[in-house]
Design a protein around this ligand. Structure first.
Ligand code: PEP
Ligand code: MG
Length: 920
């Protein structure tokens, strides 16, 4: 950059020059102080040094050219406006130096108050406040009430400056100051700062100056401009303080934004009983209820409120203490709400009966308050429904749909794993599926605890209230299945050592036996010993249809109903569900699902049917295989009939069997032991030996890349044919019963069009034969979950009536990440390094995997115009991913039943946020 440009660059803005939309440049605090100034509200005059100045300082280690002069000029106009000068021994101007980044980083960065005080101006400050500046003249403690007094006030202000400046600017250990203060208090026999009089505080100033000298090797700076420059520099540098860096990483705030610095005329809430300071919200940030919420502390400065040294009183009490200020404050709050059209939070100070606004911003709120407030603002005509939809999000809705723990300090977590499926569940610990079923049948709540789960645990998982595993990530079996069931799950809690044979686990030096109580929070991943009380979700009750939103006296349910109705009217994406039982299908339909996007058929091969699958696998002759398939056919048909019934009139995508068949056989080790033991006893082991041989034969080093999906259909004669027949027969039987079945047969793991063509040719023959003139139409399509399929989508579309993106496998194969292993194994490091900000299994990786989706969608539709496109991987229920799928132009997303409302909401938001007004 040319030198001339640098010199001319504007780094300092008076409050009257900015506005609320300049947060990038002025930070949140500066932009809002400017906005309030321009609204004519009583803001102490001041100016903001921009984030660009901070960025330049951090890049070069020195203030950019021109900054010092601009500060000087703004300081002069501030002095003119206030009729006071910085450092004036008779009537000094004092300023605060406050950080303020674009995004709020509470408590992360620095503030220095009372800049401008020194050995002379402290006397002037006291005189201006009505005192003498000389503690001796004021008669010390005897001559003055401990809580009042101008001298006391001035010396207290000075000691605060040295303390804050020492700590913030010169890294003097804060405890040293605390210690000196404690010493004076204990010498005086008190624990309350307010009992210290001017004499004590002057003594404290001396003590603080000595501490400052000891640690810095220099006297406390007496030049106000030097104090100011050093404080500004310290605020710049606090951007890179360890805690700020950590906070930013956690909150995903970019590291290069820098902070602005606000230099604000000091106003004092500690000038006596007619002064004070407080915080307020224009509505309750917890519930959204209208009213006045806030705290007030008389005769205090802001940091006293935060430090909790004295108890605040509810803001309403200010009405008794200072009616005029109270009324003015209420008027300002109403004005701010109307101006920002949102809940605002506010910091204010009253100096001798004069109200000053020190900060405002659109306030943080709970998920429930977000919905309630958005609804109220629509009622009040401040925002429209599009804006209301924009102001809530799917993550908040998801939070409202889970039961919650009523936690108090009695409960401390003993371990933290991955919050794999949200919710809160308490129950008796069990270690086996069988025991879970047994105790649940007695009406007990159980938590199934396993190292990791597998398809054999399904009955136990259905019976359990929650699932806790010590291994596995967000896409582990436990996590995916639990999410599908809407069941609470904490996975990968590796502090827990699970010993299934001994029926116990150990954690944090404690042993938990079967039968003990444990509580798990699937949102935070926290595990508690004992039973934490749980509350049900009213929002779920509403979605379930057990609450009528029009007649219920519950503002949250009413707001959710209203905003959801609007989202449904707006959205272009349809929302289907992933469900493979009638019960799940029925629930998802109540939650608003418009069909099934993925019915996985593998669970239909477990339980009692395992024996038939074993026969199928072990069949030597075609006759034996056909017999096993013939026995499976009516069972499958009944499965599909149930699902078609529940989804009457809506499309149901059934995926042909996907996992490798050896997953249905017992584990190798267990079989080997069984065979050895039986042989020892002289028993007939022919069957077990055959099984063992089959397991050995079918063993795969990389089963995810092995004999699964469409490959099974091409290798095992009759398997897919049986499923296709069962689907078609169930649809016909449904139609004959007066229902409308709309089956869509989906072939998994296709990588080449020839695979699909082969399966399709056989399927079409069977369908034609079964369907006859019943009027049933069966579509045949494919999953796009292998990168090659995405890249050859144009060819594949020739043979497919629809595509459904299997983004779980597409992510697994796109990144080369084993979906069951990596999240627990090393994702923490990837997140720490910022390689990605969120697991690509959770939210679609737009640049890589997303690109594959985009290519396949474009090339698929180019080859077959109007090709129906959906997504059925876990991403179908992830808020950010839903926006991506909207952008790419898919027709629907499909997700687990509990995510259906989230996807509906986000699909509506996607339209509003892209500025569209299209409704379906
Ligand atoms: C997928 O891969 O995204 C998918 C939906 O299939 P599954 O999770 O059953 O492999
Ligand atoms: Mg898959």
């Amino acid at each position: 950059m040319a030198a001339q440009e640098t010199v001319d660059h504007k780094y300092v803005y008076d409050f009257s020059e900015g506005n609320k939309d300049l947060k990038d440049l002025l930070g949140g605090k500066g932009a809002n102080l400017a906005e309030m100034t321009n609204l004519g509200l009583p803001v102490p005059p001041g100016f903001t040094i921009t984030t660009e100045a901070c960025q330049a300082y951090l890049a070069t280690g020195r203030e950019p050219d021109g900054l010092a002069g601009q500060i000087e000029a703004h300081l002069e106009s501030l002095e003119r406006a206030m009729g006071k000068r910085l450092g004036d021994p008779r009537d000094p101007l004092l300023v605060s130096v406050r950080s303020g980044a674009k995004f709020s980083m509470p408590g992360m960065m620095e503030t220095v108050l009372n800049v401008g005080l020194n050995d002379q101006s402290v006397v002037g400050l006291s005189a201006q406040a009505g005192g003498t500046g000389d503690p001796a003249a004021s008669g010390g403690a005897a001559g003055q009430a401990a809580s009042g007094g101008a001298d006391r006030f001035a010396w207290d202000s000075y000691r605060r400056l040295i303390q804050m400046f020492g700590k913030t600017v010169c890294e003097v250990p804060g405890e040293e100051f605390e210690h000196a203060l404690d010493e004076i208090k204990s010498a005086k026999g008190t624990q309350n700062d307010l009992d210290l009089d001017a004499d004590d505080l002057r003594g404290l100033v001396d003590a603080y100056k000595k501490i400052f000298l000891k640690h810095t090797g220099r006297e406390f700076p007496q030049q106000p401009r030097e104090q100011l420059d050093l404080a500004i520099r310290a605020v710049f540098e606090s951007w890179n303080a360890e805690r700020a860096v950590l906070y930013r990483r956690q909150e995903r705030i970019p590291a290069d934004l820098g902070t602005a610095v606000n230099v604000v005329t000091m106003v004092f809430g500690n000038l006596g009983p007619d002064s004070g300071t407080g915080v307020a919200f224009t509505r309750d940030p917890a519930s959204g209820a209208q009213g006045i919420y806030g705290d007030y502390l008389a005769n205090a400065q802001g940091e006293d409120v935060v430090a909790g040294i004295r108890n605040t009183v509810p803001l309403q009490e200010l009405a008794q203490l200072d009616r005029a200020s109270y009324d003015e404050l209420l008027g300002i709050m109403a004005r701010l709400e109307e101006h920002y059209r949102d809940l605002c939070d506010i910091e204010f100070t009253i100096e001798r009966g004069k109200l000053w606004m020190l900060q405002t911003r659109v306030g943080k709120r709970t998920a429930a308050a977000a919905f309630v407030i958005a609804g109220q603002l629509v009622d009040e005509g401040l925002i429209d429904l599009d804006e209301a939809l924009h102001r809530v999000n799917g993550a908040q809705l998801a939070q409202l749909m889970f039961p919650r723990f009523q936690l108090d300090h009695e409960f401390q977590p003993v371990a933290t794993g991955i919050g794999a499926s949200p919710g809160a569940a308490s129950g008796t610990v069990v270690f086996t599926s069988a025991r879970a079923v047994e105790l649940a049948a007695e009406g007990r709540s159980v938590i199934l605890v396993r190292r990791e789960t597998n398809p054999d645990d399904l009955n136990g998982m259905i019976a359990a209230k929650g699932i806790l595993t010590s291994r596995g990530g967000k896409t582990s079996h436990a996590a995916v299945v639990a999410r599908g069931m809407g069941k609470t799950c904490v996975s990968g809690a590796d502090a827990i050592d699970v010993n299934v044979p001994a029926k116990r686990f150990t954690v944090a030096g404690q042993t938990v036996d079967e039968g003990d109580m444990v509580s798990i929070d699937g949102t935070t991943g926290k595990v508690y010993l004992g039973e934490v009380p749980v509350m049900p979700s009213e929002v779920v009750q509403y979605f379930e249809g057990s609450l009528d939103p029009e007649h219920i006296d519950n503002p949250l349910v009413r707001a959710v109903h209203r905003i959801m109705t609007h989202a449904d009217g707006k959205r272009r994406l349809a929302v289907r569900t992933n469900a493979d039982t009638g019960a799940d299908a029925a629930r998802a339909r109540r939650f608003g699902a418009e069909g099934i996007g993925l019915c996985r058929t593998e669970h239909m091969f477990l339980g009692d049917r395992r024996e038939l699958v074993e026969r199928l696998i072990l069949a030597r002759a075609p006759g034996e295989r056909e017999e096993a398939l013939a026995a499976l056919l009516p069972l499958q048909r009944a499965d599909f009939e149930e699902i078609f019934r529940e989804m009457d009139g809506l499309p149901v995508t059934v995926r042909l069997i996907d996992p490798p068949l050896h997953e249905f056989l017992p584990p190798l080790e267990q079989l080997a032991v069984n065979v050895a033991v039986a042989q020892e006893r002289g028993e007939d082991v022919a069957k077990e030996e055959a099984l063992l041989a089959a397991v050995r034969r079918m063993h795969e080093e990389n089963p995810m890349l092995g004999l699964r999906g469409v490959r099974l259909g091409l290798v095992i004669p009759g398997l897919f044919a049986m499923q296709v027949r069962a689907i078609a027969e169930a649809a016909v039987s449904c139609a004959r019963g007066g229902g409308v079945a709309k089956p869509e047969i989906m072939v998994p793991l296709v990588g080449a069009v020839q695979e699909l063509e082969t399966v399709r040719a056989e399927a079409e023959k069977i369908i034609a034969e079964v369907v006859g003139d019943s009027g049933v139409e069966v579509l045949i399509g494919t999953m796009i979950e292998v990168p090659r399929a995405a890249l050859t989508a144009g060819q594949i579309a020739e043979a497919a009536q629809f595509f459904s993106f299997g983004t779980n496998d597409l992510t697994q194969m796109g990144w080369g990440f084993s979906r069951d292993d990596v999240e627990g194994a090393f994702f923490w490091r990837y997140l720490e390094l910022g390689i990605f900000g969120i697991s690509p299994f959770e939210s679609i990786d737009r640049d890589g995997v997303g690109r594959l989706v985009r290519i396949a969608a474009e090339e698929g539709r180019a080859a077959r115009p109007g090709l129906k496109l959906g997504v059925c991987g876990e991403h179908g229920g992830d808020p950010d991913s839903v926006h991506f799928f909207h952008e790419v132009g898919l027709d629907y997303v499909s997700c687990s039943p509990f995510r259906v409302p989230v996807a509906r909401l986000e699909a509506g938001r996607a339209v509003v946020e892209t500025g569209g007004s299209d409704s379906r």
